[in-house]
Design a protein around this ligand. Structure first.
Ligand SMILES: Cc1cc2nc3c(=O)[nH]c(=O)nc-3n(C[C@H](O)[C@H](O)[C@H](O)COP(=O)(O)OP(=O)(O)OC[C@H]3O[C@@H](n4cnc5c(N)ncnc54)[C@H](O)[C@@H]3O)c2cc1C
Length: 474
């Protein structure tokens, strides 16, 4: 039986281990004292009778991967309240985010008139066509600003994208983050026409699927996938070791791998790195210097989340949260009213309280913006902003928790997908080495699961990538 070691016990590493543990000798080595990486939950010291996510909090419904995994693990899906609606801070007040857009880009400029005003709407309507960029990637923000103007980009597109990537849309790759708009880039044709066609196709799908929700979660948070995966892996015979940071990796002449942890050395026929790109780069610096260089070039954003149980002194909270454009120059960049968004959470809270999440930090923040503040100062600054933006000065924090996510979200800059395809080609020539995680083909949970599945399937094929099996079949 081939020995497979998976470095990193986030959702990507555990998903690979889950697939392989039934048929291989699988070991997961996790640096931290818990599994899950960016999936983590809290009960706020027992103040809340159910888990609340401190990191990722939802998964896209339209992609099948998370739904299928949850079904396999026997977990029932939960959906946001049908009444949930998000706002954006514009012209100094919270306003509804227009629904008929693709990542903030309307097909009909009229849908953003209330939000952006007459001049910005006229600029959008007068779309300026730019030359075709066949086969090349571009910055989503720069492309849309040239086509439709700065106001739309800064007020709507940027906060929506920042909510997913913690990045700035003028930095991010269009091909990687909003691939639906690629035809307009490649062919030099109208974005407005393209979005109109996309929305009309979306209408047809929604009619067919009875307006299915966009996101899903689980009672206790999406992070409940982690203990369920852990149980399934160990039940299938896989080994999981926490507090086992891999500090060095060597490829031996016979094609096997040696991994060093504080406990000693492990030998494996195949190593799957499920660690953030800079960590993987460091570990592969000697064994695979070319891939390590490419991995080192992927930048990461740091963010922090403050979750708080509120005493609603100002009465019921409405809506499911808000986004703040970077141009507004506030301390917080977004807030989710978690208990308004998720009925399973609201049902378990005392009357007159609510749970909120406040996010701080974007890629490219100057040092000293928030990182150096201690948790109390960070919470106080975030909540002061929250109160000012919402106008709810009568609400009080009952209990809160700060979670910092240092270098957690890879930034997909223009050219990212091409660079990762080149990386994959290089990795293919190194037997017994695989890479999974959010750095490669999508940061969301479904994309991480999809890559994990592809790698696990490849490794499950006999005589592929495993020196031991190759010898046996020969
Ligand atoms: C704040 C936040 C909110 C998010 N919200 C959403 C959301 O709502 N929906 C969504 O789909 N996605 C969301 N994401 C993205 C998604 O959660 C992540 O992209 C995904 O969970 C990454 O999983 P991963 O296993 O690839 O990496 P990680 O979760 O980063 O796991 C990597 C693991 O490797 C371990 N490790 C590191 N170094 C070593 C070492 N030397 N040896 C052994 N182990 C090591 C780490 O401790 C960690 O456990 C969010 C991310 C963040 C940070």
């Amino acid at each position: 039986m081939s020995r497979m070691t998976i470095v990193g016990g986030g959702i990507s590493g555990l998903a690979v281990a889950h697939r392989l543990a039934v048929s291989h000798e699988v070991t997961v080595l996790e640096a931290g004292d818990r599994l899950g990486g960016c999936l983590k939950s809290t009960t706020l010291g027992g103040h809340v009778g159910v888990g609340l996510d401190l990191g990722a909090e939802a998964s896209l419904v339209r992609r099948p991967e998370t739904r299928e995994l949850a079904a396999e693990l026997g977990l029932d899906l939960e959906f946001p309240s049908p009444h949930h609606s998000s706002q954006v801070l514009a012209a100094g007040r919270l306003q509804a985010i227009p629904k008929r857009t693709v990542m903030g880009v309307p097909g009909d400029p009229e849908v953003v008139r209330d939000l952006l005003g007459d001049a910005a709407t006229a600029r959008i309507a007068a779309e300026v066509l730019t030359p075709a960029l066949a086969d090349s990637d571009t910055s989503v923000g720069e492309f849309l600003a040239a086509r439709l103007g700065d106001d739309l980009v800064d007020t709507l597109v940027d906060p929506l994208l920042s909510g997913v990537y913690a990045g700035r849309c003028r930095d991010l790759s269009l091909a990687a983050t909003v691939p639906a708009l690629l035809p307009a880039v490649a062919e030099g044709t109208s974005v407005l026409d393209l979005v109109t066609a996309l929305l009309s196709a979306r209408d047809d799908q929604a009619a067919a699927s009875d307006a299915a929700p966009v996101f899903m979660s689980l009672v206790g948070g999406i992070s409940r996938l982690i203990p369920a995966l852990e149980s399934a892996i160990t039940a299938a015979g896989g080994q999981i070791r926490t507090n086992s940071p891999v500090t060095a990796v060597q490829r031996r002449d016979d094609g096997t791998w040696t991994l060093t942890t504080p406990e000693g050395e492990d030998t494996a026929d195949t190593v799957v790195f499920a660690t953030p790109a800079p960590v993987t780069a460091g570990l592969l610096a000697e064994a695979a210097p070319g891939p390590a260089r490419r991995l080192r070039a992927v930048p990461y954003a740091s963010t922090a989340l403050v979750v708080a149980l509120l005493d609603l002194g100002d009465g019921p909270l409405t809506g499911s949260g808000f986004l703040v454009p970077a141009t507004a120059d506030t301390f917080i960049k977004a807030s989710t009213f978690a208990s308004n968004k998720w009925p399973w959470l609201a049902e378990r809270l005392p009357e007159g309280t609510a749970l909120i999440r406040m996010s701080v930090g974007r890629f490219g923040d100057a040092p000293g913006t928030w990182q150096e503040l201690d948790d109390t100062a960070l919470r106080d600054r975030a909540f002061a902003d929250w109160q000012e933006i919402t106008g709810r000065t009568g609400d009080r924090i009952i209990v809160s928790q700060v979670q910092r996510w240092d270098d957690a979200l890879p930034q997909y800059l223009p050219g990212h997908l091409g660079a990762m395809a080149d990386l994959d080609a290089e990795i293919e020539s190194i037997p017994g080495l695989e890479l999974v995680g959010s750095a490669y083909a999508g940061v969301g949970i479904p994309a991480c699961l999809a890559r994990a599945e592809t790698v696990a399937q490849r490794l499950s094929r006999p005589a592929d990538h495993h020196p031991t099996e190759t010898k046996e079949t020969l």
